[in-house]
Design a protein around this ligand. Structure first.
Ligand SMILES: Cc1cc2nc3c(=O)[nH]c(=O)nc-3n(C[C@H](O)[C@H](O)[C@H](O)COP(=O)(O)O)c2cc1C
Length: 297
């Protein structure tokens, strides 16, 4: 039997929010109107999810759980302030393919990665791992290795999946005329979320972690680009994948290049959502109070 450390201070007013919010149902209200945690078999679906929701909802700051104290939480954002900032970030984020030659300071990167523990993930399993190249000289080395190996494979007639000889040659041509690095978009750093297949929702977890990371980059004035093309290339190079510490059993959804942008964007684009992409449910409501006359019961 497990028990997570769940401590309630004298500030508790017995409102029961922590009990009601608990997704694992492991909290209960005692006769003394104080919440307490029941024992449980294992952390996870049928026990404590390690989600900290109890700590996060307590209006009195009375709950500490798993040795975390309420005063160490970030405040929640209020919609009047958060919505305009979020709108601007979503509309203003862009895929960046030209970067300055400068490392992003480690504390900036570490802070973004720490925040990713808050990204939604199936059952709060926290199973996404991250490969990070945040030193531009090492990134240059990786770029050179991948580029040379790609060239050698092309000489043997081997190309990434979905990317034949013609596309490869086009790309090499564009590197002379458009941008010198079509593989990694010239990014000084890459961030690669990956998770073990076979347990929970690794595909969704990885994509969500990447999406949050991209927005965190935008919030800090960093450029970022999500890339899938280098993934197909890496599939041809198991030793490079191993060098990046991405096990064969892991799902990798995207590689994200990031760094300080060479060309900052000063306004959002003006893309509009095509109304045909929206399918709002138009299900007729039943006539009876319990929908007895409804075709959809
Ligand atoms: C799943 C996915 C894969 C992508 N792969 C690449 C890529 O390999 N190379 C690249 O230059 N851009 C890549 N992009 C960036 C898209 O081209 C870009 O998001 C799109 O053109 C919209 O532009 P914006 O991001 O500036 O709004 C990818 C984006 C996504 C979401």
């Amino acid at each position: 039997m497990n028990a997570a450390r769940f401590i309630v201070s004298d500030a508790c007013v017995g409102c029961g929010r922590c009990v009601n919010v608990c997704p694992g149902g492991v909290l209960e209200m005692g006769d003394d109107r104080r919440p307490r945690m029941r024992g449980f078999e294992e952390f996870g679906w049928n026990g404590c999810w390690k989600c900290d929701h109890c700590l996060a909802v307590c209006p009195m700051g009375a709950v500490s759980v798993l040795d975390k104290q309420p005063e160490d939480s970030l405040p929640v954002a209020h919609s009047s302030e958060a919505a305009p900032v979020m709108d601007a970030l979503v509309a203003g984020r862009r895929s960046c393919r030209r970067y300055r030659r400068r490392n992003v300071p480690r504390d900036v990167v570490d802070q973004m990665i720490d925040l990713l523990a808050n990204a939604p993930n199936g059952g709060n399993k926290q199973q996404v791992e991250f490969t990070l190249v945040d030193d531009m000289d090492r990134m240059d080395r990786l770029r050179a290795v991948v580029r040379n190996r790609m060239g050698q494979l092309a000489e043997q007639g081997i190309y990434p999946e979905g990317f034949g000889r013609e596309a490869y040659e086009d790309m090499r041509g564009w590197e002379q005329t458009v941008r010198p690095d079509m593989f990694f978009c010239g990014a000084p750093h890459v961030f690669i979320p990956h998770a073990p297949l076979g347990n929970g929702e690794p595909v969704q977890d990885v994509i969500i972690a990447g999406t949050y990371f991209e927005l965190l980059c935008a919030s800090r004035g960093l450029g970022a680009v999500m890339m899938t093309f280098p993934l197909a290339v890496l599939d041809l190079m198991p030793d490079v994948r191993a060098l990046l510490r991405i096990p064969e059993s892991h799902y990798v959804g995207m590689i994200i290049g990031f760094g300080y942008p060479e060309i900052p964007y000063v306004r959002g684009t003006q893309r509009c959502m095509d109304p045909h992409r929206l399918h709002r449910l138009d299900l007729p409501l039943g006539t009876g109070t319990n929908g007895r006359n409804d075709r959809f019961q």
